[in-house]
Design a protein around this ligand. Structure first.
Ligand SMILES: [Zn+2]
Length: 102
């Protein structure tokens, strides 16, 4: 099992989970219910983690992540309508579907 992605913004992790899952890759979430205990844990330990169950699927999953999100290049943007943070490759706000700024 390999860690594919982790991020403080849980909605982004869920978003990626859906995309990777739709490609037929078996994945699991860790820390899905850990946020409530954030007071006792270091922040990193409560980040939602997305794991690829079968190591041989990892490269494929990483590639999907890469092409879908351009995580390394994209700059996050703040929605002008609801002020949520969005991954730079999102064309619409995950929360309210407002278009990304040009
Ligand atoms: Zn929004």
């Amino acid at each position: 099992m390999k860690l594919l992605y982790t991020r403080e913004n849980r909605h982004l992790v869920y978003n990626i989970k859906n995309i990777v899952e739709n490609a037929g890759i078996e994945i699991m979430l860790k820390n899905e219910f850990a946020a409530g205990g954030a007071g006792d844990l270091a922040p990193l330990e409560t980040w939602l983690e997305l794991w690829v169950i079968d190591d041989s699927d990892y490269d494929k999953a990483a590639q999907i992540l890469d092409t879908s999100f351009n995580i390394d290049n994209a700059v996050d943007w703040i929605c002008s309508q609801c002020h949520e943070s969005n991954n730079g490759s999102f064309e619409f706000c995950w929360n309210c579907q407002q278009s990304a700024p040009e």
